[in-house]
Design a binder for this molecule. Structure first.
Ligand code: GAL
Length: 633
């Protein structure tokens, strides 16, 4: 498959006079795709039921006639003013019970069923009109579910929906009270109507109650998406896509993806450095104009799994953005590097956000490929160069990595519900492990905890998995590769209680977590031979072999053959040691890469990316600042 380029375009922001010229310029820049329509509801349906499609018909014609493929979107992330007047109770309520008001976007509550019907209705209207339009080669549903903290809503609609969901799940109040342990603090319920949402309690609510609400809320995102997907599927057979965001974990992306054909995500490396990554000022300064060297790759790998192999970057940062606390310009070369990195991780298409910088409204300070006056912005030339390179390069062949990490959204909710220590974040735990593995030159896949692919990997990492499904336990019992499991893995039942036998309860491994400790910053347990546990440490007992010991003599890792349980949160050196020795056992080559340099292997090439602002030499090859190098395997 040829890798492609695209751009996000808002015909409704510009006079029709420029559409033709814009389309011709996109085409001559080497772009294949143009995404439109995701915020255009007030222009498509200015009044309830009164559609105005003519302008959109013309826009699609102009873009299509220029030879561009259109991604048409449903505009449901931006319900217009009349919609909110029609349904004042469709607004999401925050944890304090305050409405998230009209005047920006994503102001709807996922549990509001009349709004969900309105979304079906607009999807139907669009499907009827454009389902067979030959220029439309893909659809995007809504825009960035969950962004701006919008998955959870504490509205009366959410409360009613939650009660119905509980009734369906537990059947009886006896079962619910027993599952949650409501005898504790006299929290037993006598009616489903008596169950409220877990906000505004005096001290923490029952974690089982909170976990159930998190599962319910995630299900609503999937159901909301499914409502539109089902409608569109009856009008079109081209792929359906959603654009996910970076480090949004409040809903299970795998569940949403089950109704779609392609996963995509919106990559803003310089903004994410400030608001999505737990790191130091020194690190931020070093990568200020490049972004964190692992954050983009992490999401590329995760969304490749979410899309079951098919994924895009739907929005790629081209220059300074407007929304982070500080918005520097990317180093020259980064707009090209970010795209190459996406292709190396398997992206089919990379679309830049946006074509022309808007001179008005919230994002007037957000750059595009063109300046507000229509002249090229700095990224334009990079994209020009990139499209020439893409035409020359042989295809980027898909490739299964040797190493897989289990990623599980409910585990993220579980450790938010009851972190047991201020620094315990699931995302952070997985991310640090991923970073350590990548700094050893490894390519990585993500898998779900029950994936039938698991036995085909040589090294399996299972950090912080709340509950181990029986199928994974069985696969581990037979696993021929090496597994590194923990910390905190299999430490709760699905109903959020401590299981018996006590964790980790792994097949053939006589090891028990007797108690756990969370640690404040700067308190560490040093490990024999280097590295330390921080944030979290477990007291391991049992007859299994002690493969690594802490300085205080307590077991740090206990093992049986190639299965290892890690009883703490290793620092960078700790993870690197553990992963390197697991790789050695499996004959997987590792290399200590220079800081800011990362490798990704595809079926035919080894790509190297230099995120530094200075050149580096890798295996005798000089890679310039913000440079990409590839060689045949
Ligand atoms: C994305 C969003 C776009 C635009 C962009 C700005 O999160 O999907 O509509 O707001 O951010 O960086």
């Amino acid at each position: 498959m040829k890798r492609e380029l695209g751009v996000c375009y808002y015909p409704e922001h510009w006079g029709e006079a420029v559409w033709e010229e814009d389309a011709a310029r996109m085409k001559s820049l080497g772009l294949s795709w143009v995404r439109i329509g995701e915020f255009a509801w007030s222009r498509i349906e200015p009044k309830p039921g009164a559609f105005n499609f003519e302008w959109l018909d013309r826009a699609i014609d102009v873009l299509g006639a220029a030879g561009l493929k259109v991604v048409m979107s449903t505009p449901t992330a931006t319900p217009p003013r009349w919609m909110v007047q029609k349904y004042p109770d469709m607004l999401a309520l925050d944890e304090a019970g305050q409405p998230r008001r009209f005047g920006s976007r994503r102001h709807y509550c996922f549990s509001h069923l009349p709004y969900r019907d309105e979304c079906r209705r607009i999807a139907r209207a669009l499907g009827e009109r454009y389902g067979n339009n030959p220029h439309i080669q893909a659809w995007q549903l809504d825009n960035e579910y969950g962004c701006h903290d919008t998955t959870l809503s504490y509205s009366p609609h959410a409360e009613a929906g939650f009660r119905a969901w509980l009734k369906e799940k537990y059947g009886t109040l006896g079962a619910l009270n027993a599952a949650w342990g409501n005898v504790f603090w006299s929290m037993e319920y006598a009616t489903f109507k008596g169950i409220g949402l877990p906000n505004q309690t005096v001290t923490e609510p029952n974690p089982a109650h909170m976990m159930a609400f998190r599962r319910y809320s995630s299900d609503q995102v999937a159901a909301f998406n499914r409502a539109q997907a089902d409608v569109l599927k009856s009008y079109t057979s081209v792929p359906l896509i959603h654009n996910y965001m970076g480090r949004i974990t409040e809903f299970d992306h795998f569940d949403v993806a089950a109704d779609l054909d392609i996963a995509s995500w919106d990559s803003y490396p310089l903004g994410f450095l400030w608001d999505r990554i737990d790191t130091t000022e020194v690190h931020r300064k070093r990568f200020l104009r490049q972004g964190d060297p692992d954050f983009q790759a992490f999401h590329h790998d995760l969304y490749r799994a979410v899309g079951d192999g098919r994924w895009w970057v739907m929005e790629q940062q081209p220059g300074p953005v407007n929304w982070a606390p500080y918005n520097p310009a990317p180093l020259t070369g980064m707009a090209r590097l970010w795209a190459w990195e996406a292709y190396a991780h398997g992206a089919e298409t990379v679309c830049y956000f946006r074509w022309r910088q808007a001179p008005f409204a919230q994002e007037q300070m957000h750059s595009g490929l063109l300046r507000p006056d229509g002249k090229p912005a700095p990224a334009f030339a990079e994209v020009e160069h990139l499209s020439e390179e893409l035409a020359l390069l042989p295809d980027v062949a898909p490739h299964q990595a040797d190493v897989a990490i289990v990623f599980d959204y409910p585990s993220c909710w579980a450790w938010e519900v009851q972190p047991q220590g201020a620094d315990f974040h699931y995302f952070r735990l997985v991310y640090e492990q991923y970073r350590a593995a990548r700094s050893l030159g490894l390519s990585i896949d993500f898998v779900q905890s029950w994936s039938p692919q698991i036995p085909t990997y040589k090294l399996l990492l299972v950090p912080g998995l709340m509950t181990m499904p029986a199928i994974l336990r069985d696969m581990l019992a037979q696993f021929e590769g090496t597994s590194l499991i923990g910390p905190r893995t299999n430490s709760k039942t699905t109903e959020f209680s401590i299981p018996t036998p006590l964790p980790p309860d792994l097949p053939g491994l006589d090891c028990t977590v007797e108690f756990v400790e969370s640690l404040p910053p700067n308190v560490k347990y040093q490990l024999e031979g280097g590295g330390a546990f921080r944030h979290w440490a477990e007291r391991l007992t049992g007859e299994a072999e002690v493969a690594l010991t802490r300085h205080d003599g307590a077991p740090a890792v206990m093992s049986s053959g190639n299965m290892h349980y890690v009883g703490g949160w290793p620092d960078r050196e700790g993870w690197e040691r553990l992963i390197a020795s697991a790789c050695e056992a499996q004959g997987i080559a590792t290399v200590r890469l220079p800081e800011g340099v990362r490798i990704r292997e595809t079926g035919r090439h080894r790509f190297a990316f230099n995120y530094n602002s200075t050149a580096v030499t890798l295996d005798g090859v000089r890679i310039p600042a913000a440079g990409v190098h590839w060689e045949d395997l």
